[in-house]
Design a protein around this ligand. Structure first.
Ligand SMILES: Cc1cc2nc3c(=O)[nH]c(=O)nc-3n(C[C@H](O)[C@H](O)[C@H](O)COP(=O)(O)OP(=O)(O)OC[C@H]3O[C@@H](n4cnc5c(N)ncnc54)[C@H](O)[C@@H]3O)c2cc1C
Length: 87
């Protein structure tokens, strides 16, 4: 986008996994948002992540969130070049 909208109900600062995920889920809910990234999308810490999605944490809500993430990633196409470990 070359020009920014004059206003938006929701403005997300930062296009890492947190900002992109927030924008994605808001869009799924039908909520308009503008995502502002100072450099390139996912160029921050997200670029360095190893891609591991832990599935057990000491907090039940975070554990549920991670399970949701695994299901979400599985539902996306195209499928990853490598099968999940153990398959
Ligand atoms: C080496 C390494 C390996 C990792 N491996 C894993 C892993 O396997 N699994 C895992 O779950 N986690 C892993 N992590 C942790 C994971 O990468 C981070 O928790 C996650 O990427 C953080 O995402 P974020 O969106 O909060 O931050 P970031 O990815 O850092 O995104 C923040 C974004 O905000 C932008 N920004 C900052 N200030 C502004 C501003 N003023 N205006 C506009 N934009 C701004 C930045 O440019 C950046 O793009 C790893 C981390 C490292 C360093």
């Amino acid at each position: 986008m070359k020009t920014l909208p004059a206003s938006s109900k929701t403005v997300i600062i930062g296009g890492g996994i947190m900002g992109c995920s927030t924008a994605y889920h808001l869009a799924k809910m039908g909520v308009e948002s503008v995502l502002l990234e100072r450099k390139k999308l996912t160029s921050g810490t997200t670029f360095h992540a190893a891609g591991l999605v832990g599935q057990l944490r000491s907090n039940a809500n975070i554990t549920r969130l991670l399970g949701y993430s695994v299901d979400l990633y599985k539902s996306w196409k195209p499928k990853p070049a490598f099968p999940p470990a153990g398959k």
